[in-house]
Design a protein around this ligand. Sequence first.
Ligand code: AMP
Length: 214
Amino acid sequence: MRLVMLGPPGSGKGTLARPLARHFGAVHIATGDLFRAEIAAGTPLGVLADRYIKFGDLVPDDVTNAMMREKLSAPEAENFVLDGFPRTREQAEALDEILIGLGRPIDAALLVDVPDDLIVERAVGRLICTHCGAIFHLEFKPPKLDGICDVCKGALTTRDDDKPSTVRHRLSIYYRTTGPVIEFYREQKKLKSVQGEGSPQENFENALATLGES
Ligand code: AMP
């Protein structure tokens, strides 16, 4: 399965992308995680990306597309779940061109639908494992031990760009730039959508049903 996840930041698409990738034996490629790893490693790409990410702005398309071209060309990317890419129409067109070149077209784009108020609530309490990237939430999915990842015992952290004002800024960017991406996949008849308001398990089951896999 080659799947693109679409949905506002904080819609739970990352939480849904992981079990979907496991279910399909696909690699989970999250652009935000890739950028944060580059920032943590202090690479030139990380230094550049950090200038945009800390204000909730998008990293320029040419930089993002080049990073994704490399990731998608790897042999293990035969099947993938893309999380956070494409976010603009230009990225969607670049992705199509990359995948046509590789002979690996996507099967579907899955839109996770969630109201804005719930998105702000979710993003603000979000905790991320610094080691394995697992996602927790102070209110909706607290870790068993404060500040410690249930999965790998790594330290949990919050994201600088999860502040309410930055979340609202990221949402306004989302509606402006990702709206055309949704249209792009609707035109290609590859768009499917799932409600993202349920528990992670409910959302996962609904996603499988939407994708015709249950
Ligand atoms: P995320 O973890 O998906 O919410 O992404 C965190 C931040 O990384 C975003 O707010 C952007 O600054 C940057 N980013 C992630 N994916 C992309 C993308 N496809 N294009 C440009 N910037 C991105």
